[in-house]
Design a protein around this ligand. Structure first.
Ligand SMILES: [Fe+2]
Length: 340
């Protein structure tokens, strides 16, 4: 780090924080590091860097999970949406990357998605080719387009918005009617699946798949080419991947892609449940992949969907998203590979 003009006082506080095991003291040291950083550093680029550094120190605030996670542990039965609920959701988003809210007797209308998003961050103005911030999907039909929520067939693990220049940080799904059979939702924590890979191999994959031409995503006349692992403008490590024919992978990344495909699809990582009518599922799209198995029967499910582009600026110093922990040296290599 000696080559970068990293402010000394912030550096000292971070070093202390790194060695501190008491979470409360660690938090105070991190806050004071951030204070000195804002005071002493001279560019926004540096600010993103320190955020990333701190996110890694805060690995205690991530709880990677696998199939053992009980969906009941991320489900809240509540009477209304208020700031207490918002805190729980933000906490879950940071630690496990997913939350499920059940609001008593609330009819599932699009405005619920909007009011919830107010606690988290701005909704994107459009989603794929829909020019709306909250859209009502998805009535799966046998004739529906493949690889979209409109097909009855099994939907492979993916993240949303892969063909946009920025993938949305957080997704909000609000279920109006559920299927009676099939249509289970599947979620996988990529942070956990990655952590279980031997360290050296894991970093090799992260860096190799950080090349700017790692993958090309083509869907609905939209095309995006970019890295599979990269840092968001807010300093979170994003995983942009999918296992279907929307993605085309660079030949030099194919081996790693197939490796990850097998790992991420391993049932030991998947939680699976059928959302109930009125369930509001909020999750970190930079970290948690989702899928849905085949829909059966006459009752098809519909849901509202909102894409939150990023956390509100006021939340960014406090709540971390994306894949972590990643050591600073590896983060620097990923960043360098992104910029090739
Ligand atoms: Fe999706």
């Amino acid at each position: 780090m000696s080559h970068s003009p990293f402010p000394q006082r912030a550096h000292d506080q971070l070093a202390l924080a790194r060695g501190e095991s008491d979470p409360a003291i660690k938090q105070i040291l991190l806050e004071s590091a951030l204070y000195y950083f804002k005071k002493d550093a001279d560019s926004n680029n540096q600010f993103a860097r320190v955020e990333r550094y701190m996110a890694n120190i805060k690995m205690a605030r991530i709880e990677p999970w696998d199939a053992n996670l009980n969906p009941d542990d991320i489900t809240y039965d509540v009477n209304d949406v208020d700031d207490i609920l918002a805190k729980k959701i933000l906490n879950d988003l940071e630690q496990r990357g997913i939350s499920n809210i059940r609001i008593t007797a609330q009819s599932p209308e699009g405005f619920v998605v909007k009011s919830l998003a107010k606690f988290i961050g701005p909704l994107t103005k459009s989603q794929n080719d829909f020019d709306k911030d909250v859209i009502q999907l998805i009535e799966p039909k046998p004739t529906g387009a493949a690889n979209s929520g409109n097909t009855l067939a099994d939907l492979g693990l993916h993240v949303d918005g892969t063909q946009h220049s920025e993938t949305p940080a957080v997704l909000i799904f609000y279920y109006i009617t559920g299927a009676k059979v099939g249509a289970n939702s599947i979620f996988v924590d990529t942070a956990k699946a990655l952590l279980d890979i031997d360290e050296e191999r894991r970093y090799e994959i992260l860096i190799n798949m950080a090349r700017p031409d790692a993958a090309t995503f083509s869907k609905k006349n939209m095309v995006h080419t970019g890295p599979i692992f990269y840092f968001s403008p807010t300093g979170s490590l994003v995983c942009r991947i999918r296992f279907d024919d929307v993605i085309q992978v660079h030949p030099d990344c194919l081996k790693d892609y197939e490796f990850l495909k097998e790992r991420f699809n391993d049932p030991q990582y998947a939680i699976e449940f059928r959302p109930r009518e009125g369930d509001l599922i909020v999750f970190d799209n930079w970290r948690v992949m989702h899928a849905r198995d085949e829909v059966y029967g006459m009752t098809v499910r519909r849901h509202w969907r909102g894409w939150v582009s990023t956390l509100k600026p006021t939340l960014q110093p406090r709540h971390y998203l994306g894949i972590r922990p990643v050591p600073t040296a590896i983060a620097a290599k990923i960043e360098a590979a992104n910029a090739q």
